[in-house]
Every structure is written in C-alpha cells, then in structure tokens.
Design a binder for this molecule. Structure first.
Ligand code: ZN
Length: 339
C-alpha cells in the first residue's frame, strides 16, 4: 500500500471500491453500515450461554470437543479454557502444512503434556504444489484462505471420525461474523470486506480444478467446505473468546505461567500468527488488495470496541524482511523471485 492510500478514520480498512468506499469525512462504508445497524442493540454473548451450549452438546464418544490448536496464543488459550475452566473431555488437533514454526509446535506439545489431553498432530505436504502454483503464477488468490479451506475439511473429518459434536477454534471476536452462537458456525467469508479476496480465491480454484484432476472436488470457498462437511457430520464451531471478556494480554500471561508458552519471535500481525506461509500471504494481499484479512478482523474488533485503532495500526505494521519471504519461497521451491 502506498503512502497515498487512504485509510478509514475509524477502522483500518483502505479505500478499495467497489466493496469498501470512504466517504467525504473519511469514514468507510463498512463503518457506516455498522453505524446504521447499531441502533438495533445486539445482546452480548455471555459465558453462561457458552456453558449451556456445551452442556447441550456432550460427546457420545470419548470427547466433548475437538480443539484446533496451532500453538498461537488464542488457540492455546482456547485449549486451556476447555480443559481447565470448562472441564470438557478434549481432543487437541494441530494442523501443520509444513510451515508451522518450531516454536509453535513446541508450544502445543508443552500445552497438551501439561494439560494431559489427547492430541492429534497432522503434518502434510499435500497442498504444497498448489501453494507454489499460486506464488509462481502471481495469482491474487489468498494463500491463507485456501489453506483454511483445507484445514477445516480435515478438522470436520476428524470430528466425524470421533463423533465429536463441537469444534473449538481460537477465533477472536474479529474472526466471528455472527454473534448468534446458536447458529454454530459463523466464519466471516460473506462480509463485503472479503468479497474481492473471496472472488480471487474462487477464480483461481475454478481454473486450478479444471487443470488438476487431483483438486477437482476441492471446495471453492470456506462456506462450501463447511456446507459439504456439515452434511456428513453435524457439529458446532465455537470459540470461547466470543463469550469470555478476557483480553489477550491477560491470557498470554496465564499461558506463559501455566503452560510454558512462548511468544513467537517472528510474527504477523505482531505477537500473533506462527505460520511461515502467512508472511507470503500477507505480502501478496498487501500487493494485490492493499489490505489483509487481518485488517478486516481488527477493523471488526475496533467497531466492537475490543481493540483501539492505534493498537491495531501498530500490530498491523509490516515489519518482516524480504529474507523471510525468500526463505518461504525457497521452501515452496519457487526460488528467489523479487516481487
Ligand atoms: Zn471503517
């Protein structure tokens, strides 16, 4: 994003028509839309709601919930809460497409050992070629979105295999579209802020599936992946962070103390993600769209009053170096291209 890029004066989204448009006072269309709706007050989600949902959906097999745990602070906190605070029978699941950092994996290992929960660790190169093709072709498809589709498919498959009624994600409030928890799954792919990215990813996947029979059936969006998976196994996807009014600094301190959790040294946004591919995804999104899915998520948190604009701008500063991108490109077998 160039210096002249205009950013909304309330959130951190840039002017990017037709889906995000800044008005004369410098406020974006998403913030204006939110303003209109906030007349109709949403009832806040309460922890008691969460507990009620969990009580209604106890597992018939060995587990009550499957916790997606990447080793980052949000998902490790989710794992901690499910086991220690809500005393559920937990299966932890770590998905590694080959780009998880050592630090992240070690965070997960410490957590499952200290908490004494069962753990599935899935590491696979299955999609490496597609990731590489996205990078090589200069496509504007979003690496993180393609990866999430794959990740959710595998997660639902495991939930079905062990007949687990609730999938727990470490998603923050910015990563939840719907405040209606009873609706279960509420990924935010349908928001207008994501429209351009979703269309780019879909176009790439349509074309890719035509040329690669191995990916013929690969879902073109997260909605499609979830709709398909839900036909085979009904389950809720929830995050304790939607219900618990605890800020991330407090639970980070808790994890450091109780689970020997360590902050990743290299991360984008700051103090957050621990996947190396993420750096390339962020770099590409900035290049093609002028913002990333993190800008969308944090903007949402700003509107909900759980994050300040200054804090978000600080976390979203792109500080990683070209050599980080090059090492990821090399691991993908894409050489040292300078774009
Ligand atoms: Zn805005």
């Amino acid at each position: 994003m160039g210096d002249d890029a205009r950013i909304c004066s309330r959130c951190v989204l840039p002017h990017s028509p037709p889906h995000i448009v800044l008005d004369d006072s410098g406020v974006c269309s998403i913030c204006r839309e939110h303003e209109k709706k906030s007349g109709a007050k949403q009832t806040p989600l309460l922890e008691t709601d969460f507990i009620n949902i969990l009580n209604r959906h106890k597992g018939r097999g060995s587990y009550d919930c499957l916790v997606m745990c990447s080793g980052g602070k949000d998902s490790t906190a989710a794992l901690y809460y499910m086991k220690r605070r809500y005393r559920r029978r937990v299966l932890a699941f770590t998905f590694d497409h080959g780009f998880e950092t050592e630090e992240a994996v070690s965070n997960v290992r410490n957590a499952v050992e200290i908490l004494g929960v069962d753990h599935l660790y899935f590491r696979s190169d299955h999609m490496k070629e597609m990731f590489a093709d996205i990078v090589r072709s200069g496509s504007n498809a979003v690496l993180c979105h393609v990866c999430s589709i794959w990740y959710m498919q595998v997660t639902f498959d495991i939930a079905r295999r062990y007949d687990i009624p609730v999938i727990i994600a470490g998603w923050t409030r910015g990563q939840a579209a719907s405040r209606d928890a009873s609706a279960g799954y509420s990924y935010n792919g349908r928001q207008p802020e994501f429209a351009a990215m979703a269309a780019a990813t879909r176009a790439f996947l349509d074309d890719y599936a035509r040329r690669n029979s191995r990916y013929r059936d690969f879902p073109r969006s997260m909605d499609e992946a979830v709709a398909r998976a839900s036909k085979r196994h009904r389950c809720l996807v929830l995050s304790p962070h939607w219900f618990l009014p605890v800020d991330s600094d407090s639970y980070t301190a808790l994890l450091e103390k109780e689970l020997r959790w360590k902050m990743p040294s290299e991360s984008y946004p700051a103090r957050s993600t621990n996947c190396m591919l993420n750096f390339l995804s962020v770099h590409n999104s900035m290049k093609h769209f002028g913002y990333t899915h993190y800008h969308v998520e944090m903007s949402k948190m700003i509107r909900e009053g759980v994050l300040s604009r200054e804090e978000a701008l600080d976390l979203l500063k792109v500080g990683f170096e070209e050599k980080v991108l090059d090492s990821v490109r090399q691991r993908l077998g894409c050489g040292l291209s300078a774009t």
